[in-house]
Ligand binder design. Structure first.
Ligand code: ATP
Ligand code: MG
Length: 335
């Protein structure tokens, strides 16, 4: 471990395309750190099964896997340096999951708040067994390539704490096999959706996608929630917690323009229309270079699939080695 480049692992469930929330929560850090770390990006289709497991969901996940890779490339990830892989193509990760299961208790898992939220938003009255174990499988993902850094959004921080606990327990019980990974939260831990209510999410129809065209962005911004108490443009409004201003802060590099809009909004001398028009311009300026990179890669047929297939083969070899070390450390049969 000591003489190799440090590793970074993170990823997404193939439940849809990536959006602005992914960008500020994790993707920006992935792009920023890609030279410094050897990067692994998981397409977490087994995690998807915890809330979406019909044959149609699984069929859609194949197409979504390519969307996720293309979105990451569009955002600036170099696919010839980074490794993209499919979680279900690495059965050894499930073996790691089995070996980790007894290092953690059910009450510890039950205390993780995001799992209950996920069960509720998937319409599950009772917690599926797989969903309760989600963070244990996630620990296997992070540790399977002995990753040191995990850039994630706020909802995943508690999961990472559990990964660290599992790594520490394994090492102290059986011997030093795993590094203790650090989580890295994005500049905006949780970006609110265009509805101003819940976090921006693929599953909640409140997202602006990195792949949206300029007109779609304009339409979505036009429909965004702002200060609901402000029924006329001449009423002083609230900037704090207002989704339109949250997006300005996150995506508009013109800080003077934001300060001016904020001042006039507070006084009641600017309408939502102007604030939104300027946000639309800022968002489209932000997305334009991504649109260019996307166009270059999406026209090459089969290329995205190739990245995933090659990446998965590479990761599988790595993980076989990790499992071998785990078995050896534990004193289990080495197969
Ligand atoms: P789903 O609704 O299917 O759960 P999702 O949009 O929540 O999809 P995930 O694949 O679960 O996306 O999350 C991938 C990564 O993006 C995680 O690190 C997560 O913390 C981060 N992330 C997702 N949504 C946001 C958001 N709105 N703000 C900040 N980070 C986010
Ligand atoms: Mg999620």
């Amino acid at each position: 471990m000591a003489d190799r480049k440090k590793r970074l692992l993170t990823g997404d469930r193939p439940t849809g395309k990536l959006h602005l929330g992914h960008y500020v929560g994790t993707l920006a850090n992935r792009v920023k750190l890609q030279q410094q770390y050897e990067c692994y990006f998981i397409i977490a289709d087994l995690h998807m099964l915890t809330t979406k497991n019909t044959p149609d969901d699984i069929k859609a996940s194949c197409e979504n896997a390519c969307h996720v890779v293309l979105d990451a490339i569009a955002a600036g990830i170099d696919p010839y340096k980074a490794t993209f892989y499919l979680q279900s193509a690495i059965p050894e990760v499930c073996e790691m999951n089995t070996l980790f299961q007894n290092l953690i208790t059910v009450p510890r898992l039950e205390r993780i708040p995001s799992l209950k939220e996920m069960a509720a938003s998937a319409g599950r009255a009772e917690m599926p067994y797989g969903l309760l174990g989600y963070p244990v499988l996630q620990a296997a993902d992070v540790l399977c390539v002995k990753s040191e850094c995990v850039p994630v959004g706020k909802d995943n921080l508690a999961h990472l704490e559990l990964t660290r606990e599992i790594a520490r327990k394994f090492n102290s019980l059986y011997g030093e096999v795993f590094p203790i990974p650090e989580s890295l939260e994005g500049e905006v831990g949780t970006l609110v959706g265009t509805d101003g209510k819940a976090k921006m999410s693929k599953s909640l129809n409140n997202a602006i996608y990195l792949s949206d065209d300029a007109q779609t962005v304009a339409k979505k911004v036009k429909g965004m929630f702002t200060d609901e108490k402000r029924v006329h443009a001449d009423i002083p409004g609230t900037v704090e917690g207002n989704p339109v201003f949250i997006y300005h802060d996150a995506f508009n590099p013109n800080k003077e323009e934001i300060a001016d809009l904020q001042e006039r909004y507070r006084k009641g001398t600017v309408g939502d229309v102007e604030v939104k028009e300027k946000l639309t311009i800022a968002l489209n300026n932000f997305l334009d270079p991504m649109r260019e990179r996307r166009a270059k890669f999406e026209s090459e047929k089969g290329l995205l699939e190739e990245f995933i297939v090659e990446g998965s083969a590479k990761v599988r070899e790595e993980v076989k080695q990790t499992v071998f070390e785990m078995r050896k450390a534990m004193g289990l049969a080495s197969v």
